[in-house]
Design a protein around this ligand. Structure first.
Ligand code: NCD
Length: 314
């Protein structure tokens, strides 16, 4: 694995390997001393051209827990505000000789483009509406820790699928790992021909009872250039995930940030059936696993210099 750009680039075995690695890092996170020396002396740059709380903080903390030096650049407040192009910004940051660059950008394909300009491993932390692979991987980890394998499980992804890179990555990842995926939402928010990916499509929640896991998506109003639903109230009436719609055995996920009372009811967010906070902690472990696999795994330089297994404190 040289870069992490899209779920499609991974094999089932590679996903399995990342899940196992992330589980060992989750164990490290439960210790008093949560740091390991795996990336000592390496530099990780995070470059965020779009808003982010969870993804940016967890990549940053993941790199620090692996003992890397971290440079975090947010587009607002940086020279990007002064009109510097992506290429110039990346060339400037390349002077630090980063081992990895984690990028979130509003344009689909931005991460891919970066791979042509830099020697560093590139991690796509969200490119427009296209892919968000680390989210799909952390969601698999959260599910694995709660229910084991997703093989044969029915997962419904509900809401604004059209504008969601999370949905695109998660449909692929869930199906690769053997789940049956259904997407549900108003026709205006479901991409045309999405069933060609192998998922089912529903335009109501009438059959949601069959789902083992309900994955709610945020209404991404910042990406909507026109009106996709008659009103938010009407949308919530038909598609909100709340405890009245679910049975006690069903689990609920959401990538965050949530619009409480729009796509998801407050009653489920804070309930036992919610995996939302598990998703955040899985995010840290999975992003440690991703950086480790890209930068340290198979790096004989590293193992020769440092005989410490990953589990030893730094
Ligand atoms: C998602 C994103 O940015 O695509 N959030 C995240 O990474 N936690 C989903 C969203 O913004 O709705």
């Amino acid at each position: 694995m040289k870069h992490l750009l899209s779920i499609e680039d991974l094999t089932q075995d590679e996903i399995e390997g990342l899940l196992e690695r992330a589980e060992s890092f989750a164990e490290v996170s439960r210790r008093d001393i949560k740091k390991v020396p795996a990336l000592r002396g390496r530099t990780v740059v995070t470059l965020f051209y779009e808003a982010s709380t969870r993804t940016s903080s967890s990549f940053e903390l993941a790199a620090k827990r692996l003992s890397a030096d971290v440079v975090s650049v947010k587009a607002s407040g940086s020279s990007v505000d002064k009109g510097e192009s992506l290429k110039d910004t990346v060339e400037t940051l390349s002077a630090y000789d980063p081992a990895a660059i984690v990028i979130r950008h509003p344009h689909a394909g931005a991460a891919q483009m970066l791979t042509q300009w830099v020697d560093a491993a590139v991690v796509n932390a969200g490119d427009g509406m296209r892919q968000h692979p680390s989210q799909a991987l952390l969601d698999l980890l959260a599910l694995r820790q709660r229910i084991g394998s997703v093989e044969g499980k029915k997962i419904w992804i509900v809401g604004d699928v059209l504008h969601s890179r999370v949905a695109r990555s998660n449909i692929q990842a869930f199906m690769m790992m053997g789940a049956e995926v259904t997407v549900a939402g108003p026709p205006t928010l479901i991409p045309r021909r999405i069933e060609e990916t192998g998922c089912q499509v529903r335009h109501s929640l009438d059959e949601i009872e069959e789902a083992d896991v309900v994955y709610s998506l945020r209404m991404q109003r910042e990406r909507m250039k026109e009106s996709f639903v008659p009103s938010i109230r009407e949308y919530a009436r038909l598609f909100q995930i709340n405890s009245r719609r679910l049975n006690p055995r069903q689990l609920v996920m959401h990538p965050g940030p949530v619009n409480r009372g729009v796509e998801i009811g407050a009653d489920v967010i804070d309930s036992d059936r919610s995996l939302i906070s598990d998703q955040v902690s899985s995010g840290l472990a999975m992003r440690m696993a991703i950086l480790f696999e890209l930068l340290a795994h198979g790096d004989h330089r590293e193992t020769a210099e440092s005989p410490l297994p990953i589990g030893e404190p730094a």
